[in-house]
Design a protein around this ligand. Structure first.
Ligand code: PBG
Length: 332
């Protein structure tokens, strides 16, 4: 069903662009604060906010400061906050046992937020990389990232997060079969209502660089993640991954990174109609901030335009380090 386009001058498409009011009237998409999830970095200590040089404006916060950040986010109307722990070298071991420690940083932060700011949804990351001495998302055996043994550990990690009270669990590890295994374990343990947000189409990307600085994994990572994260050349494979994860019990699916993969977002939304999110990752944030700090682009406008692009591509929500800045701009 195509609208009829008359010949010029019967049709002048500029008519509906003439004033802000007319433009608002014909806007096909809207970006609102309810679309945003804010990723935050958690570190040990008290009363600490430590800058991350490759992510201007982003800090690692001690748990007490994360609670304050959660309160600020809730006051802005941001519906969810996503926790990423920074683990120092001592917390990174071959057995990754810290990942399912009920009192690890992520679980302590979850409990603290849920008791002080219960209205904000807490999301956590399932993957072994913050706790592994190799920086990989799974166990390494003879140089290979082993799948099935890793899935058993991911299940333990997810159960510990569930016990701590998270609302959304986001497996970002890209092992096969982990969504089904985690879903079954959650159901068996009586955690029937936890949302599984699968990082279903996660690409092996250069755009994760600043994140790895932020969580202390840059120095640790040996090799790359190409045997489990996707090849940038592939799009059909992303649809197979998303279909597989939805069938195993994912409630929402994610495409990651965001801006270079908007075609994947659109195809996923059109094909499955499931809640579809994108992660505007650290490198995307860093690029916009670096250009803005140099005066090369208008940072606020680039932020807003980039986030609207996700909505236009069919995304229901966006994980973005811009969440509080965008929320403030939207309410200005
Ligand atoms: C790791 C994980 C990564 C990100 C989120 N979870 C990095 C990676 O896969 O190496 C990247 C997020 C970002 O770059 O902002 N499981």
């Amino acid at each position: 069903m195509r609208p009829t386009i008359g010949p010029f001058p019967v049709t002048r498409l500029r008519r509906t662009r003439r004033t802000p009011g007319l433009r608002a009237l014909v806007a096909e998409n809207t970006l609102s604060v309810g679309d945003l999830i804010w990723p935050v970095f958690v570190r040990s200590g008290d009363n600490i906010e430590e800058p991350i040089p490759s992510m201007p404006g982003v800090v690692r916060r001690s748990v007490d400061r994360v609670v304050e950040a959660a309160r600020e986010a809730a006051d802005l109307g941001i519906p969810a906050i996503c926790l990423f722990p920074y683990t120092d070298a001592a917390g990174r071991t071959a057995d990754c046992a810290e990942a399912w420690n009920p009192d690890n940083l992520s679980n302590r932060a979850t409990r603290a937020i849920k008791s002080a700011v219960p209205q904000i949804a807490v999301m956590t990351d399932v993957a072994l990389d913050p706790y592994s001495d190799t920086g990989h998302d799974g166990f390494v055996r003879n140089g290979d990232i082993v799948n099935d043994e890793t899935v058993e550990a991911l299940v333990k990690q997810a159960l510990a997060q569930a016990e701590a009270g998270v609302d959304i669990i986001g497996p970002s590890d890209m092992m096969d079969g982990r969504i089904g295994a985690i879903r079954t374990a959650l159901e068996d343990a009586g955690h029937n209502d936890i949302v599984l947000l699968s990082y279903a189409a996660k690409y092996a990307s250069a755009f994760y660089g600043p994140f790895r600085d932020a969580v202390g994994a840059s120095g640790a990572l040996k090799g790359d993640k190409r045997t489990y994260q996707m090849d940038a050349a592939n799009a059909d494979e992303a649809m197979r991954l998303i279909e597989r994860d939805l069938s195993e019990g994912a409630d929402m699916v994610m495409v990651k990174p965001g801006m270079p993969y908007l075609d994947i977002c659109r195809r996923a939304k059109d094909m499955f109609g499931a809640p579809t999110l994108a992660y505007q990752v650290s490198g995307e944030y860093a690029m916009i901030m670096a250009a803005a700090q140099n005066g090369w682009i208008d940072g606020d406008r680039a932020m807003a335009e980039s986030l609207m692009a996700f909505k236009r591509a069919g995304c229901d929500g966006i994980l973005t380090y811009f969440a509080p800045a965008m929320a403030r701009l939207l309410s200005a």
